[in-house]
Design a protein around this ligand. Structure first.
Ligand code: ADP
Ligand code: ZN
Ligand code: ZN
Length: 716
């Protein structure tokens, strides 16, 4: 296109669906797509990403940009394409997608930091200041050993510059850190060797499902598979679902490959720290990068393999703003970079199992525990007509006693925070509701607060029932706090640790509790999901599942799959070392087919059963699903919008609704949704591409907040 009529096309960071045009800057050379620009926007200036050049719209005077921030694109081609794909597939503004992918400091326009690994040390002692000040003394002490710039406190850095000029400090460029793999202390078993051999032969894009029972040595398979890649200077990315899992995996990887070239990124780090690791990775100085969801977007110029650990975990799906699945996007990245991707789990998602059946993924199985410890037996404890003490059957209580007496630890799993999930009136049955949500308030006794787990609303225990003014308010049901209390009363000499978000708000708290648990004294651990994931507790030999029945009745069609995965993951915490383990599963429905399959401990069989049900019901993974959700203070405008949207949908989509969301009201907003089904993801995409722009034009849409969730993982 002739240069006189060309303009810059810019995606502004933030939730703006449009692409904006700006005038070409005078006498600048060609600007590469993917650099940051500061551009005027309304009365302010905003950070944007240059997408490329476009035709200047006629008769409009375009504003000039304010500044060019980068000389080089921030992200390499493949990653830029990944972000475009992510915006397109999830029907989300590109500017917001870029914003989610970049470290906070880069979003705000800061320059890339200097990360050439340089160390500073004292040079000529004769040049040292004769009467050093306080800061100088600090610097002299610090630099008696070579110190990288990152370890020099900011207040000392101006002094450092002076000292360099005067010559009493010198800089040395450090060599790029190298992997130095430690030999394995044991021989890998035949299944592990087979898996590694297959994976090492993978070239180009291919997707592997490593289905290995808990403790089967999947992590060793990852490490051995990538070792030759790392030794040859390539980079590898490992994604984990939870920040809580990074420290232990990082420690293991550092012990195995040396500390320098291995790093982790997670949300507990400061923005500065995150940017430094990001930059080191982008320069190839980090070879093995471990992290949660957004780590997927870190540039890695020599990326050779992606691993997604615990691939079944729903935390890989982002449920605010840009609703992307980090697992699915990682597979897409592997495709764009033409490299293999490994999905690992003891309880693979039905999606991945289905993809294996369809021949899209290759399956590798590890069927025995690496340490030869047998898998724990799962025993059903029927609750019907049993006398329960704080939710504990006498069978479970006596098993606890025996386990503790033998010097072992007990893990009790209850996926409910707080003291009691509801408070009700003994006289009229009224349940205390959140005023802003269609949900009961949870009683938190330690803080003496009633809390809504959906919107954060808090209240104190009322003097009487708001309906009948009776003073007879009682708690109903049980949460981890109550379970902890009951256990402390019954086992007075035993350590009881509660592990949930209320007891351990910070990461440090969790780390220090983990340390204490690993001292392996007799103890009881009570906890939620936090306990279920990936942790290794060598002294735990008894696992009790307090209540498994909720998952059987939920309106979310994925609830049975989640139940199965959670119970088997928790069960996998028992007896991982030489002490054999047992699992007691309390239920009111001992005959339920899913409970029966659970007790058989065979995930594959149970998962196949669920998959058949999904196929018969025409639900994902054998069809594609999208949710169009709308919320507003009143119901009428939501209904009007959703009906109007439904009326303009192409016939290839099968739509049900409007129907109320699982949580009908949240934080004062009424909520409803349309379920949109199509036979395949391709057909879904084709139809959404026609339909959503029509929805955007609907005048009814201006009275509600609405959003699209492609491949939803949660009904909420
Ligand atoms: P997973 O990731 O499948 O849960 P891990 O890789 O954490 O399993 O292995 C479980 C434990 O078994 C770890 O302590 C690991 O060091 C050990 N392990 C792994 N492979 C072997 C093996 N071939 N022989 C002995 N121990 C092993
Ligand atoms: Zn009442
Ligand atoms: Zn609420």
């Amino acid at each position: 296109m002739p240069i006189e009529t060309a303009c810059l096309q810019v995606a502004i960071l933030g939730p703006l669906p449009q692409i904006f045009s700006y005038a070409l800057p005078e006498n600048s050379g060609p600007l590469p797509p993917g650099i940051r620009l500061r551009v005027p926007f309304g009365k302010n200036s905003r950070m944007g990403i240059l997408l490329g050049y476009g035709d200047c719209p006629p008769d409009i005077t375009l504003k000039p940009i304010e500044a060019v921030i980068d000389t080089q694109p921030l992200l390499p081609q493949a990653l830029q394409r990944l972000l475009h794909f992510g915006a397109h597939y999830y029907h989300h503004p590109l500017g917001n997608v870029w914003s989610a992918a970049l470290p906070a400091h880069l979003r705000k326009g800061r320059p890339l930091p200097e990360v050439v690994p340089r160390a500073y040390r004292l040079a000529r002692p004769e040049e040292l200041p004769s009467r050093p000040g306080k800061r100088q003394t600090a610097l002299i002490t610090l630099l008696s050993a070579p110190t990288p710039v990152t370890e020099i406190p900011a207040p000392l850095r101006p002094l450092l510059q002076q000292a360099l000029k005067k010559g009493w400090v010198e800089a040395r460029t450090l060599p790029t850190p190298q992997i130095s793999a430690q030999p394995l202390p044991y021989a890998l078993n035949a299944e592990q060797c087979h898996a590694i051999q297959q994976l090492r032969h993978a070239h180009g894009f291919s997707c592997w499902l490593l289905d290995g029972i808990t403790g089967s040595g999947k992590t060793e398979v990852y490490f051995e598979t990538i070792r030759p890649l790392l030794e040859a200077g390539w980079q590898v990315l490992i994604l984990v679902p939870e920040i809580g899992l990074t420290p232990q995996l990082l420690a293991r990887a550092q012990a195995r490959f040396g500390g320098e070239a291995v790093a982790a990124l997670h949300s507990a780090q400061s923005d500065t720290e995150r940017l430094r690791i990001w930059t080191r990775a982008a320069m190839g100085q980090v070879q093995l990068l471990i992290g949660t969801r957004s780590t997927l977007f870190v540039p890695l110029p020599r990326l050779a393999c992606i691993i997604i650990d615990e691939e079944h975990d729903p935390s890989f799906k982002q449920h605010q703003g840009w609703h992307y699945s980090a697992r699915d996007m990682a597979i897409q990245r592997a495709r764009l970079e033409n490299i293999p991707v490994i999905l690992g789990s003891a309880t693979p998602s039905l999606e991945s199992l289905y993809n294996v059946q369809q021949g899209r993924y290759q399956l590798l199985q590890l069927r025995q525990r690496a340490t030869n410890a047998p898998l724990p037996e799962i025993t059903i404890v029927p609750l019907r007509r049993q006398y329960l003490q704080g939710g504990l059957s006498s069978t479970l209580l006596s098993a606890c006693r025996d386990t503790l007496a033998a010097g072992n630890q007990v893990l009790l799993f209850l996926n409910r925070r707080g003291y009691a999930p509801a408070v009700l009136c003994h006289d009229c049955g009224h349940v205390l509701q959140c005023p802003r949500c269609s949900a009961a308030l949870t009683w938190h006794r330690q803080q003496e607060r009633l809390r809504c787990h959906h919107c954060g609303h808090e209240a104190c225990w009322p003097a009487d029932c708001p309906e009948c003014h009776s003073a007879a308010l009682i708690t109903a049901g049980q949460g981890t706090e109550q379970l902890e209390e009951v256990l402390r009363q019954r086992f007075t000499d035993t350590l009881v640790w509660r592990i949930d978000r209320d007891a351990l708000p910070g990461r440090e708290g969790f780390a220090s509790i983990l340390e204490q648990i690993h001292q392996n004294q007799p103890a009881i651990l009570v906890g939620t999901q936090m306990l279920a994931k990936g942790h290794h507790f060598p002294a735990v030999t008894l696992v009790g599942i307090i209540n498994s029945d909720q998952g059987l009745f939920s309106a979310d069609f994925r609830a049975p799959e989640r139940l199965l995965q959670t119970v088997l993951q928790v069960a996998g915490r028992a007896g991982r070392e030489e002490r054999p383990g047992q699992v007691l599963l309390q239920t009111h429905l001992p005959q339920h087919p899913l409970i029966q399959k659970l007790a058989a401990g065979d995930y594959q069989e149970a998962a196949q059963l669920l998959l058949q049900e999904r196929i018969q019901a025409g639900l994902p993974p054998c069809t594609a699903l999208t949710l169009l959700s709308a919320e507003a203070h009143q119901r009428a405008p939501i209904q009007r919008f959703l009906k109007a949207a439904r009326n303009c949908a192409p016939p290839s989509l099968h739509i049900s609704g409007p129907q109320p969301a699982l949580l009908e009201r949240r934080a004062g907003f009424e909520r409803a949704e349309l379920w949109i089904e199509a036979p395949t993801r391709q057909e879904m995409q084709k139809a959404l591409r026609i339909w959503l722009p029509c929805c955007q034009q609907l005048p009814e849409g201006r009275k509600v907040r609405w959003s699209v969730d492609v491949d939803p993982q949660f009904l909420r």
